[in-house]
Write a protein that binds this ligand. Sequence first.
Ligand code: SAM
Length: 268
Amino acid sequence: MLVYHLPGTFETREDHLDLLWEAGATGLEERAGLIRAYFDEETELPPLIRDGEWRQEADQDWLAEFKANLRPVQAGRVTIVPPWLRAEIPAGQVGLVIEPGMAFGTGHHATTRMAVEALSDLKLDGQTILDVGTGSGVLAIAGALLGAGYALGVDIDPITIPIAGENARDNAVPEGRTAFMVGTLGDDLPGDVVADGVFDVLVANLYAELHDLLVGAYVGHLRPGGPLILTGILTGKLPLVQDALDREGFTDVQVRTDGEWALVTARA
Ligand code: SAM
């Protein structure tokens, strides 16, 4: 990996950053008073940025570094771990193993963690759960491990469906307790377990604008009185979601936050 070390910061050398890009830099990074400009090959630089130094550095394995830094995530009664940290699931906790990969939902994002926590606050024995935007399947699988009879995860991104299925198998979720399909609300849902498409619990980690659009559909897929768990909401966008829930007659609206992220629970 070829890196050009230029003394200074993005701020102090603001006027020189374009020169680096124009010279063919493929990426810029600022670290410890140095601008690090990545290049494919050594190249003649304009005089204003010749006070740096070319360095050949060992390639960095970002994925290995990311994986090495993962820690178990506790979310209520559930501890979420990657496969190599199974041994770190504390006694008494429900262990949920998720292989970090292409689909969103390792438990390390505040929204996933809050959603698992909210599921773990419920008594789920034998309940049916609809997980909209299932990603890695983490919420549907958490529901099944917490006792739900059936959790259906839907996602518009086809790449997520086999990944979610694989994660369910890795967690030894009994056959038939989870199912995953490409799609969204408004599509025909499989009717083999929940014939009328009305579930006991609905959870969705999407984003505020989409919740606003889908909240009418949530009513149609949730039994009266059933808990609704919505996250993926930036705190600044909470009013949009709260207004939508009011509009559709949801009650018992409660909010929890973690940094800039919010989770809203309500009853149909
Ligand atoms: N449920 C996982 C979690 O909590 O970590 C993943 C959530 S991720 C933030 C959102 C997922 O929703 C993505 O996998 C995305 O493909 C999916 N998605 C986005 N829009 C959707 C829609 N209209 N209907 C269903 N899924 C959607």
